[in-house]
Design a binder for this molecule. Structure first.
Ligand code: B3K
Ligand code: ZN
Length: 865
């Protein structure tokens, strides 16, 4: 199998300075004419052949500088077109035939519900025409689209519209120009029966821009929020990063068949419909926030990814980690910073930490790959964002912003590397970031072990901090990282104590810069032993081990100035109780219960924050904390604690549930959303207490918005309430024509925490609801089952593993990326305790030889290595 290595990077032998494409579009048969203006590149060797990437293309014609090329001058195989005898600048013209309707991989040009759509990142453009399909080849583009006007009334491509008109036989055409140097992975076209809504605005630089959202006619009424969100993203990037938009139009399109969330093609972002369509009847509050965040993310790529692109795919985190950081800040600036941080850390610790500790662990910048699509991971995206966040913490907002300005200025129109990014920040800050760069190279989550000592005679408090990063596949030994560790010391009065720090690490205000395996830091003049708090805002993505007592955590949950850390104290308490790590389990449980009681009584606290505190660590987060995953024990410990806490606070939960009703009836404003969040959290606890109590049923029957309808239905299903089946059926019927809401219903069924969910899922797979060519549907059924239902997926008889495995060969043949994601659900199999480990292992071995794509073959090999 081919292995691509970072160390083997060579600049391109040829460049394509200008690309002209003309498409004769049709669902079954599309003809692509390409005119490439080639010039020799840095590693051009006279006489060396030109090798272009191309897959599943049928060649119709080929010419160089206007002359048809004789067969002796070129060679074709399944992956490439090689042209011989080119000297100096020239023009290569090809025509190819492709078959969009047969393209189930959804990479390249494909059909979805009568629309023609492209998806090119990472290496899909080669399925459209022969090209140098690598991100460091940047071209200017002119694209002509021709199609039947009745079937394809809307014709969109990258850049600005420059011309349109009528052709014979009911056909028409449109021409688009993208003047910005753009790699081919950002190429896009959309053709079909779409409706659009738009808004005109003027950027901070004075450019008139038309923002537009396009969707199927039946969906266009649910696009208004998305249009507003684009405007918010555009203004935010102007204000916070000084980045302005650079074309006359910005188009986004909603499609139902899409492998990922969305794609940042230059001037023409294509979205999974679930990240555009929203109205109160069909979208939850969380859906609205996700729409805004993904729209922000793709919009922000226009600078972090498009204007400055990647030299090679190893640099993926350069655009993805940075852009996730930017979208996280967008949401934090617009809504609650604390709640956003808590949610991001939940994802990081529940999922990325597991990835970093499992068979698929890899550095944020990998050094080799067999299939790049397998590296669009939580590590590249989320840990990648954490690295940028640490840089922000180390440099401070002002210097960080200067570093970003420098990065954009120095690399605009270029294909950059992680080194370029760090060099810009090093230049403006005067700091040496060489040690910091190890974060990109070393896999695994660092562990900090902190001990302390108080010498009452001298009034001296000492912290001893050790760092250690565990071995990961291919990386047995790790070096010390530069870790910015925020901290605070609290005195007996609950106030932070200000004491000068001394020791062998740089300490600036509330920040310790850890650089060595061990550090010792002293604080003098303290009349009493302080209570330390660490890693405020989770500024460093590490596991932190300090032997807090339950009483200390209960206290931190009340006095810590940092909201994230107040939440964190409760998570620690709950985790310790569930994993039975406290010497006095009763005291721990009491401390947790008291703290939650106080929060529920605190009507002044942000209800969304209270709801986050009530959401105790999930199965994944618990599983991440233990060396061996005893599925039954973890699930049972969690249920036991939740039951006890529900009993402790039944009255409070009921009071808040009812008291928040009026506020929760509001619209999409922050306070109303927060009220609905807490109210639905309370409902979950109350339903646990007594599934027969009619509260959830009543909420389901009377709900006017999806947040409340789905929240109630989730409770009915989760706790097996008497009305569960009728409610599920009513929900299904009400939304049977809406694929996205149907996916919500399927998710509830597939994630129902009962062993019998295996049989339910099997029944779904045999029903008309199962459409394996639609990625959203596959995720709703199998993704929810494998990732959100530990009870059924890890069923003791192995039926859950077998069910997923049985689907993988078929799915792999349809859409390798979707199949590979599902296969990744086995990433922690080696840590499973008891017979499950062997069951999972056997299941994986049974797949050997049955998964034909490079995506799945690569993952399976790494899982079994
Ligand atoms: N850049 C795309 C992801 C492409 C995935 C290709 N397998 C979406 C994003 O991160 O914005
Ligand atoms: Zn992205």
């Amino acid at each position: 199998a081919r292995i691509v290595r970072l160390a083997d990077y060579r600049p391109p032998a040829w460049r394509i300075v200008r690309t002209e494409l003309a498409f004769d579009l049709d669902l079954d048969d599309t003809v692509v004419a390409a005119r490439l203006e080639l010039t020799p590149g840095e590693s051009y060797a006279p006489g060396a052949p030109l090798r272009l990437d191309g897959e599943e293309l049928a060649l119709l014609d080929i010419a160089v500088d206007g002359q048809p090329l004789p067969p002796a001058r070129y060679a074709l195989d399944g992956e490439s077109l090689t042209v011989h005898g080119l000297v100096g600048p020239c023009v290569l013209e090809t025509r190819a035939r492709i078959h969009p309707a047969r393209n189930t991989r959804l990479e390249g040009l494909y059909a979805s519900r009568g629309l023609l759509i492209t998806q090119c990142e990472a290496e899909g453009f080669r399925r459209i025409t022969w090209f140098l399909d690598r991100p460091d080849v940047m071209s200017a583009w002119r694209v002509t689209l021709r199609a039947d006007r009745a079937r394809f009334p809307v014709l969109l491509a990258n850049g600005n519209p420059v011309e349109r008109g009528t052709l014979d036989d009911g056909r028409h055409y449109a021409v688009w120009e993208n003047p910005h140097a753009t790699p081919c992975y950002l190429f896009a076209l959309v053709a079909g029966r779409l409706e659009g809504i738009h808004r005109d605005l003027v950027t901070a630089e004075g450019r008139a821009v038309r923002l537009a959202v396009w969707a199927a006619p039946e969906d266009i009424g649910r696009c208004g929020f998305a249009l507003d969100a684009i405007e918010r993203a555009l203004r935010w990037d102007e204000q916070r990063f000084g980045r302005t938009y650079d074309l006359d139009v910005f188009n986004i399109v909603a499609v139902q068949d899409f492998t990922m969330g969305a794609m940042e093609n230059k001037g023409l972002n294509i979205f999974n419909a679930r990240y555009i369509l929203a109205d109160p009847d069909t979208a939850t509050d969380a859906d609205y926030l996700a729409v805004e965040s993904v729209i922000g993310h793709e919009y922000f790529h226009n600078w972090s990814g498009n204007r400055v692109t990647l030299r090679d795919w190893f640099q993926l985190a350069l655009k993805e980690g940075l852009t996730v950081f930017r979208d996280q800040e967008f949401t934090a600036d617009l809504h609650s910073r604390a709640v956003k941080r808590i949610e991001d850390v939940r994802l990081l610790r529940g999922r990325q930490f597991a990835e970093d500790a499992g068979a698929l662990a890899h550095p944020v910048r990998p050094v080799q790959y067999r299939e790049i699509n397998n590296f669009y991971t939580l590590t590249v995206y989320e840990k990648g964002a954490e690295i940028v966040r640490m840089l922000h913490t180390l440099l401070g907002e002002e210097t960080f912003r200067a570093g970003m300005d420098r990065y954009f200025a120095d690399n605009d129109g270029r294909a950059a590397t992680v080194e370029d990014f760090l060099a810009a920040h090093a230049a403006v800050s005067g700091r040496d970031l060489a040690q910091f760069a190890r974060w990109y190279a070393q896999a695994g989550t660092p562990q900090l072990r902190i001990d302390d000592e108080y010498d009452a005679m001298r009034g001296r408090y000492t912290l001893r901090i050790r760092q250690h990063t565990p071995p990961t596949p291919g990386q047995p030994d790790k070096q010390a990282l530069l870790i910015p560790l925020r901290f605070a010391l609290y005195g007996p009065d609950g106030e932070p104590v200000a004491a000068a720090a001394e020791g062998d690490a740089v300490v600036r205000d509330d920040l310790i810069e850890l650089t060595a395996d061990v550090h010792e830091i002293h604080f003098d003049g303290l009349p009493a032993k302080p209570l330390p708090a660490f890693n405020q805002g989770f500024a460093a993505p590490v596991r932190l081990d300090y032997a807090y007592t339950p009483a200390q955590l209960g206290r931190l949950a009340r006095i810590e100035r940092d909201a994230f850390n107040r939440w964190e104290a409760l998570q620690r308490l709950a985790t310790g109780v569930m994993l039975r790590t406290f010497a006095d389990p009763r005291a721990a449980q009491a401390a947790l219960s008291d703290a939650l009681g106080d929060l529920l009584d605190d009507d002044a606290a942000d209800p969304a924050f209270v709801a986050e505190c009530l959401a105790l660590p999930d199965f994944d987060t618990l599983a991440d904390q233990v060396p061996q995953i005893d599925v039954d024990a973890l699930l049972a410990a969690r249920e036991e604690l939740l039951d006890l806490l529900a009993e402790d606070h039944a009255d409070r939960l009921e009071r808040r549930y009812h008291a928040l009703a009026d506020l929760a009836a509001g619209g999409l404003d922050g306070p109303a959303m927060a009220a609905r969040t807490l109210r639905n959290a309370c409902l979950g606890w109350l339903a646990r207490l007594d599934p027969h109590e009619a509260l959830a049923q009543r909420q389901f029957d009377t709900a006017t918005v999806m947040t409340d309808r789905l929240g109630a239905l989730r409770c009915l299903v989760r706790f097996d309430a008497p009305g569960k089946d009728a409610a599920l059926a009513a929900f299904r019927e009400r939304y049977r024509h809406d694929p996205l809401v149907t996916d919500k219903w399927l998710t509830l069924v597939a994630a129902r925490p009962q062993p019998e969910a295996v049989e339910d899922v099997r029944a779904l797979l045999a029903s008309d609801w199962w459409t394996p060519t639609n990625p959203n549907r596959v995720r709703a059924i199998l993704g929810s089952f494998a990732r959100m239902n530990p009870v059924a997926f890890h069923r003791a008889d192995g039926a859950g593993y077998a069910l997923l495995a049985a689907q993988l060969p078929g799915l792999d043949a349809i859409n390798p990326q979707v199949a590979a994601r599902l296969l990744g659900s086995f990433e922690s199999w080696q840590r499973l305790a008891g017979p499950r480990r062997a069951l999972a292992h056997d299941t994986l071995r049974g797949l050997d030889g049955k998964l034909t794509s490079r995506d799945c073959a690569d993952l399976l090999a790494r899982l079994l290595a």
